[in-house]
Design a protein around this ligand. Structure first.
Ligand code: UTP
Length: 271
C-alpha cells in the first residue's frame, strides 16, 4: 500500500524570477488557489495519508501558509465570514497530514529526497514534483493502481517533442505490459537530441522503493552540477529493480517556467 508522499519544494525557482525573489512558487495562485493545493488534493484523492514537504529556510513561507491558526481565529471571531471559515477548515485538514523536513542547500532532487529518509515507513512511497500539474484525471491514483498490479516502481510518462528532450529525464523503453504501462530499461537526465534513447519523458510523479535511500549517498554530481533522482533510479534499474512507465490520461501543465505558469493558469481557469 502507498500511504506516504513526499514533495520536494526546496528548489530556487529561478525560471520564475522576479516572482520567486520574494515568493514561493508553490504558493502562486492558479485561478485563486495555490499550486500546492492542487498537488495536495491529488494526493488525498489517491488515498495518501501522510505528506512530507521538503522545504528550505528560504521557503518557510510555505510552512507559514499552513500554520497561521491564530490569525484565522482572530479574523473568524471578528467577522464570522463563511468563506474564511471554510478555507481555514481546509487548511487545518492539510496541516494534519503534512510533516516538514529541510534541505537548506539545493544540491538536487536526489539530495532533497534523501532528507525524507527517516520518515518513510513502507517499502514504496509516492513523490510529486509540484511544477508538474496533471489535471482532469488523478495521475497518482492511476499509478498506485499500476504499482499494485505490477508490484513495481512506477513513473509518469509522456511523449515529448524530439527537439525538447534536453529538458527532461528521457527513458529507453522495453516490453509493453498493457495499453498504458511499459517496462523502463534505462533513463537519462536531460540528454542531448543525439544521445536521447527515445522521445518519452518522465513527468513529476514517481512511486519509488525505499531502497533508493541506499543508492543516493553514493551518487556523483550530474547534469547542471546537481544530484538527480533520475541517476538514482538508473542505478536501481541496473540492479534489476523493476520500473514501469505509466502513460497518464490527464492533461499535463508545466508550472515551473514563466511561459508555462501563465498558460497553465489560463488552462485551469477553464476547468
Ligand atoms: P527544478 O530544478 O525543476 O526546479 O526542481 P527549481 O530548482 O525549483 O527551479 P528552477 O529550475 O531554478 O527554475 C524540481 C523540483 O525539485 C525541487 C524543486 O523545488 C522542484 O519542486 N528541488 C530541486 C528541491 O527540493 N531541491 C533541490 O535541490 C532541487
Amino acid at each position: 500500500m502507498i500511504r506516504q508522499a513526499i514533495i520536494p519544494l526546496a528548489g530556487l525557482g529561478t525560471r520564475l524570477l522576479p516572482l520567486t525573489s520574494v515568493f514561493a512558487k508553490e504558493l502562486l495562485p492558479m485561478n485563486g488557489k495555490p499550486n500546492i493545493e492542487y498537488i495536495l488534493d491529488e494526493c488525498i484523492n489517491s488515498g495518501i495519508k501522510e505528506i512530507i514537504f521538503i522545504i528550505s529556510k528560504k521557503k518557510l513561507m510555505i510552512k507559514k501558509y499552513f500554520y497561521s491558526d491564530s490569525f484565522y481565529k482572530k479574523i473568524i471571531k471578528k467577522k464570522k465570514d463563511l468563506r474564511t471559515i471554510n478555507e481555514y477548515k481546509k487548511i487545518l485538514k492539510y496541516k494534519k497530514m503534512i510533516k516538514f523536513v529541510y534541505q537548506n542547500k539545493p544540491l538536487g532532487t536526489a539530495d532533497a529526497v534523501l532528507k525524507s529518509k527517516k520518515y518513510i515507513k513502507d517499502k514504496y512511497f509516492l513523490m510529486l514534483l509540484p511544477d508538474d500539474l496533471i489535471i482532469k484525471k488523478n495521475c497518482s491514483k492511476a499509478m498506485i493502481k499500476s504499482h499494485k498490479f505490477h508490484k513495481a516502481s512506477v513513473m509518469a510518462s509522456m511523449k515529448v517533442n524530439k527537439k525538447t528532450v534536453s529538458r527532461w529525464g528521457i527513458y529507453k523503453f522495453g516490453k509493453k505490459l498493457n495499453k498504458n504501462d511499459t517496462i523502463i530499461k534505462d533513463v537519462i537526465e536531460k540528454p542531448s537530441v543525439n544521445s536521447a534513447p527515445s522521445n518519452k519523458a518522465i513527468i513529476g510523479r514517481y512511486i519509488l522503493p525505499k531502497k533508493i535511500f541506499k543508492i543516493i549517498p553514493k551518487l556523483k554530481t550530474g547534469a547542471g552540477g546537481e544530484i538527480h533522482i533520475t541517476d538514482a533510479i538508473r542505478e536501481l534499474i541496473f540492479k534489476n529493480e523493476k520500473f514501469i512507465a505509466h502513460n497518464f490520461a490527464g492533461k499535463y501543465l508545466d508550472c515551473g517556467s514563466m511561459d508555462g505558469y501563465i498558460k497553465s493558469s489560463i488552462e485551469i481557469s477553464k476547468l
